[in-house]
Design a binder for this molecule. Structure first.
Ligand code: 5GP
Length: 184
C-alpha cells in the first residue's frame, strides 16, 4: 500500500474540492500544507490552505533543505515542508500532497514508491469555465494558468493513474481506493 500519494493536475481542475471530499470520507489521510509566496486569496486561511511567507523566508527554507519538493508557479514559489511529511509517514499515516506536475516529478525522483495520481478536467472548456467561475483571478492570470494547464495535461501519461474530475464525490472515492491500495 503506497503511503505517499501525490495528487497533481492543472490549476482549477478541483484538486482542493476532491481532497476535501476525500478527507471527509477518511480523516486518517494526512494532507500536507504547502508554503507559498503568492498573495493569500480572501477565502484562504494562513496555516490551513497554505503557510504564506515572503520570498526571502522561502529561499532561506529551501537553502537549508526544508522542502521535500518545490516549484516556481506563475512567478511565485510553493513547496512541501519535508519534516511534517516525514513525521506523518513515520507514524504510519498515508500522506497526500496536492502539488503541481513539476513537484510530482521531484517526488518520483526522490521516492520511486510514491503513487502519482493525475486529476484531469472533463474538458479544456470546462477547466476554463472553472477558472473564470472562481472569480479570484484576472484575465491575464487566467491565461497564464491555462497555458500552464496545457503543458500539465501533456504530462498525464507520466502518472500511475489518471482520474477525471467529472464528479467531486466520485473522484474522491476513486482516489481513496487508490490510497488504500486498490486498482481503479
Ligand atoms: P494555487 O495558486 O491555485 O493555489 O495553486 C497553483 C498550483 O500550485 C496548483 O497546481 C497546486 O497544486 C500547486 N501547488 C500547491 N502547493 C504546491 C507545492 O507545495 N509544491 C508544488 N510543486 N506545487 C504546489
Amino acid at each position: 500500500m503506497p503511503s505517499l500519494i501525490v495528487l497533481a493536475g492543472p490549476s482549477g481542475v478541483g484538486k482542493g474540492s476532491v481532497v476535501a471530499a476525500l478527507r471527509a470520507l477518511d480523516p486518517s489521510v494526512w494532507v500536507s500544507v504547502s508554503w507559498a509566496t503568492r498573495a493569500r486569496r480572501p477565502a484562504e486561511v494562513d496555516g490551513v490552505d497554505y503557510v504564506f511567507v515572503d520570498e526571502q523566508t522561502f529561499a532561506a527554507e529551501a537553502a537549508r533543505g526544508g522542502f521535500l519538493e518545490s516549484a516556481e508557479y506563475a512567478g511565485h514559489h510553493k513547496g512541501t515542508p519535508r519534516r511534517a511529511v516525514q513525521e506523518h509517514l513515520a507514524a504510519g499515516r498515508p500522506v497526500l500532497l496536492e502539488i503541481d506536475v513539476q513537484g510530482a516529478r521531484q517526488v518520483r525522483a526522490s521516492d520511486p514508491d510514491a503513487l502519482l495520481v493525475f486529476l484531469a478536467p472533463p474538458s479544456r472548456a470546462e477547466l476554463e469555465a472553472r477558472l473564470r467561475g472562481r472569480g479570484t483571478d484576472d484575465d491575464e492570470v487566467i491565461a497564464r494558468r491555462l497555458a500552464i494547464a496545457d503543458v500539465e495535461m501533456a504530462a498525464a501519461g507520466e502518472f500511475d493513474a489518471v482520474l477525471v474530475n467529472d464528479d467531486v464525490e466520485a473522484a474522491a472515492r476513486r482516489l481513496l481506493a487508490l490510497v488504500r491500495g486498490a486498482e481503479v
